[in-house]
Design a protein around this ligand. Structure first.
Ligand code: ADE
Ligand code: ZN
Length: 336
């Protein structure tokens, strides 16, 4: 359709994409076989890629999804597994008209399984270089920390020599905070974010996905974050919403994710119109596309169906995405 083509051609930036969340059931089963990884035998969902895909359509919460997400990544062993995974994502991103992608990964989830950080990073870096060379997609890599683990564990990972090397060399641009939100408030991670700030790293955190608006204010005040991942519960605090609008902090909204994980009943309940009316800057993203049934363009199309945005509004959303990116000014100017 003409609208699909219009949305496809917009200069899209993706800011909220977990590379481990791009693991399709097909690739998951292929890698399990190749790496001789036994998948759980007590869960019928692991009977076939089809059954697993069907189970993904029935998530009941963030934690229900995360259970499958952490089992899924157990098949990632070698650098080329991580490269295949990220390359799969970048090919989808290219088809969808992504110009620039700032992608997350979870070092602790791999280190805890005995996979060295350098193995993970080498694979992801190779895919990023190939995406730039062959697809013209520029990239930034962001290490996310798992908030369901003790803050001391996150800090210890942040301070690992190889992790610090990747920050100092500029291979990694910044840090994020993900995994289970309820019960794990932002202020637990104040020390790590303080150090990241001193080192000149960019900072974001998941906040206000399942958790309350107070987690958004706490993440801004105690962690000094420059973007807010999800942030949909910002609408519950008018005063905070006015503050976020005034300071121009970008929200990385993931509409399909919010519906599939039951944070909202339907796409029309994602506060897109409220954010536009309040002057909140936001980008539209896919989060974990292989688990949530759609990549970035599906998210754009679903938002358009629900809100019938004006061409000018779509152009404004993409402009905010470019301006809120963590790439250099030259690249932003190219995209604008
Ligand atoms: N890890 C991967 N996707 C996530 C999400 N949507 N929220 C929190 N942690 C995640
Ligand atoms: Zn996320």
């Amino acid at each position: 359709s003409p609208l699909h083509d219009f949305l496809q051609r917009l200069p899209k930036c993706e800011h909220h994409l977990h590379l481990e969340g791009a693991l399709s059931p097909t690739l998951l089963f292929d890698l399990a076989k190749r790496n001789r990884i036994t998948l759980p035998t007590d869960d019928e969902a692991f009977g076939s890629p089809d059954k697993l895909h069907t189970r993904y359509g029935r998530f009941t919460s963030l934690n229900d999804f995360l259970h499958y997400y952490y089992i899924g990544m157990s098949v990632l062993i070698h650098s080329h597994d991580f490269e295949s995974l990220a390359w799969d994502y970048f090919q989808h991103a290219a088809v969808d008209g992504v110009h620039h992608a700032e992608v997350f990964f979870d070092p602790q989830a791999h280190i805890a399984r005995g996979i060295p950080y350098t193995t993970v990073l080498d694979g992801f870096q190779a895919a990023c270089q190939r995406a730039e060379r062959e697809l013209g997609i520029t990239t930034e890599l962001i290490t996310c920390f798992l908030r369901h683990l003790p803050a001391a564990d996150c800090l210890a990972t942040f301070e690992l020599e190889h992790v610090q090397d990747s920050y100092q060399s500029g291979v990694i641009t910044g840090i994020g905070l993900d995994s289970s939100e309820l019960g794990f408030p932002p202020q637990l991670f104040e020390e790590m974010y303080g150090k990241a700030s001193e080192q000149g790293l960019r900072r974001t955190a998941h906040a206000g996905e399942e958790g309350p608006a107070s987690f958004i204010s706490s993440a801004l005040d105690t962690l000094g974050i420059e973007r807010i991942d999800h942030g949909i519960r910002l609408v519950e605090d008018a005063e905070l919403m006015a503050k976020v609008a005034a300071q121009g902090t970008l929200l990385t909204v993931c509409p399909l994710s919010n519906v599939v994980l039951r944070c909202v009943p339907e796409i029309k309940d994602v506060p897109i119109r409220k954010f536009l009316d309040a002057g909140i800057k936001f980008s539209i993203n896919s989060d974990d596309p292989a688990y949530f049934g759609g990549y970035i363009l599906d998210n754009y199309c679903r938002v358009h169906e629900a809100f019938e945005l004006h061409v000018n509004e779509w152009e404004g959303i993409c402009r905010a995405g470019i301006e809120g990116s963590w790439c250099g000014q030259e690249r932003k100017t190219q995209m604008l």
